[in-house]
Structure formats: structure tokens, C-alpha cells
Design a protein around this ligand. Structure first.
Ligand SMILES: [Zn+2]
Length: 286
């Protein structure tokens, strides 16, 4: 077989890179992760797989932005950019994710459950009925549901970030957003308790980092009118569900913004698909 001239090879790579990338003018995709660990839980991605994903992003010319860098008033050029978000604030964001982000020159936004900072992710056991509902709603392709439920409930023992780890990452450019004080299922709460959850977590982050969080993610992805009203009152710039994207253009202005979940049980091809234009078309058609 003859050698492929270098110009042809680099031209082919450029065409493939364009096809793999976002449509022109579309805003950065907001990817949703939770925990980077080897438990195999539904909210976990292994450190090896996460590292491969960052390697792939770098190889194909993607940059990462925080939510403020992507959507704040003095936003960066979008180009080929993604926002990596991590819900809950597991300690492995410091031990596994942060070293990789530094190695790759990348960044992220982390949503904190402020009452559990320095503790363990106890709500996974406390809200067993909600967790059971989530597992029951999954497609059959995820496999053994009882095993998934067991692994998710065991996440209750996972250690969470400490305030000193949060401050250290904040000084290195990682952004922190709100995810309530105690991770309740908001549709079950009366409005006064919803307001307390949001105001208390906002104040805790402002106390620790010197500024109130600009962004928020709803626990279990479940937003409510009371939560939206309170987030508006505390000056939240945008709030995120776990839902699929219908729109890919224009500024971020809503209190129910979608994200793209990255399932830990899927491989490289699925990750690439979730960053492609084909994924946008597939989501819009659902
Ligand atoms: Zn959460």
C-alpha cells in the first residue's frame, strides 16, 4: 500500500474534525458528570475512561470553559468548546478530576451540596424511593436494575469535598455552583423549604469563596416553579436540569437549561456521538 501524503492525511483529519464538532454558531455543550470512581454506579465514570475523554477532546481541538467563561457577560469565544460540569461535589473531583484537568490545561464547574461538604453523600440512602424511581425509569440496556440500585445506594458512603479542597480548586480557576443545601427532591418540598435550601446553599458558597454562585443545578434534575422564583430572586444566571437539549443556538437565559449526561457504562463511540451534530439532530427529533 502506498504512503498517504501528509497533506492528504491532515486534510482528512480536518474534515473529520469538522464533522465531529458542533454546528456553526451553536453554544458550548454542557456535559454532566457526577463521580469519577471505579464503583460502576450509574453516576460514576471510571478515572481511566474520563482521562480518555479528555485526551480525545484535546486531540480533536476542543477547549473547556467554565459556565461563567462560556455564558458570563464577558464570555470567551465559543468555537469548539464544552463545559464540564460535576454535580454533588464528590471528593474524587479533587483526587481524580482536578489533577487531570491540570495536566490537560482544562477547567470545570462543580455544583455543591453545601450541608454535605466535608461529609458523605448520605442522600443516596435517605432518598431511596427517588433513587428507585430513577433506576426503574432507565432503559433495559443498562442491565441488572437491582445491582444498579444497590450500587447507587452505596454511593451514600462516598466522601465529599472539603471546604479547603474547594477553595484550592477555586483559586486554580474551577468554578462552583449551587445544588441546594441537602439535595432534596424539590417537587416534594413546600415553597418555604425550597427557598431555605437555595438561600442557605448560596450563602454557604458566598461565605467560603467570597462570591455568590452564578449557576445552579437542580437535585435529581427536577425543577419547580418555587425553585425558579427563588433562583431568580438570588440572582442566579442560569439553572440546569439533567434533561435533553432542544435548542443549540443563542445565549443561555433560562432557569431550566439542558445538559448532556455522559454515562459511565458507554464507550468512546458514545462520547463522540454526544459531541457531534448528529446528536443535536437526534435530540431535537425525540
Ligand atoms: Zn445531585
Amino acid at each position: 500500500m502506498g504512503r498517504v501524503p501528509r497533506a492528504v492525511r491532515s486534510g482528512t483529519k480536518a474534515v473529520l474534525a469538522r464533522l465531529a464538532g458542533p454546528a456553526r454558531g451553536s453554544r458550548p455543550r454542557v456535559l454532566m458528570y457526577h463521580s469519577v470512581d471505579r464503583s460502576g454506579s450509574l453516576i460514576s465514570v471510571s478515572p481511566e475512561r474520563f482521562c480518555q475523554q479528555l485526551e480525545w477532546l484535546r486531540a480533536w481541538g476542543w477547549k473547556t470553559l467554565t459556565l461563567s467563561e462560556a455564558f458570563g457577560p464577558s464570555r470567551s469565544e465559543w468555537g469548539r468548546a464544552v463545559v464540564l460540569t460535576f454535580d454533588d461535589g464528590f471528593a474524587n473531583v479533587y483526587t481524580e478530576v482536578f489533577p487531570l484537568l491540570r495536566r490537560f490545561g482544562m477547567t470545570a464547574t462543580v455544583f455543591l451540596v453545601t450541608d454535605f461538604v466535608g461529609g458523605q453523600a448520605g442522600w443516596h440512602a435517605r432518598d431511596r424511593d427517588v433513587v428507585e424511581g430513577i433506576v426503574a425509569s432507565l432503559p433495559a440496556t443498562v442491565g441488572d436494575r437491582a445491582a444498579h440500585l444497590d450500587r447507587l445506594v452505596r454511593m451514600a458512603r462516598e466522601p465529599m469535598l472539603s471546604w479547603s479542597q474547594i477553595r484550592e480548586m477555586g483559586e486554580a480557576g474551577i468554578e462552583f455552583g449551587g445544588h441546594t443545601a441537602s439535595h432534596p427532591f424539590l417537587p416534594d418540598l413546600p415553597p418555604a423549604r425550597t427557598e431555605d435550601e437555595i438561600r442557605r446553599s448560596t450563602a454557604a458558597i458566598a461565605d467560603a469563596l467570597g462570591a455568590a454562585p452564578r449557576f445552579f443545578a437542580y437535585p435529581y434534575g427536577a425543577d419547580t416553579p418555587a425553585a425558579r422564583a427563588c433562583l431568580r430572586a438570588v440572582g442566579c444566571a442560569a439553572a440546569f436540569t439533567a434533561g435533553p437539549a432542544k435548542r443549540v443556538e443563542g445565549p443561555l437565559d433560562s432557569l431550566a437549561e439542558p445538559r448532556v449526561g455522559i454515562p459511565g457504562w458507554q464507550g468512546k463511540a458514545d462520547f463522540r456521538f454526544r459531541l457531534s451534530r448528529a446528536f443535536d439532530r437526534w435530540q431535537a427529533a425525540r
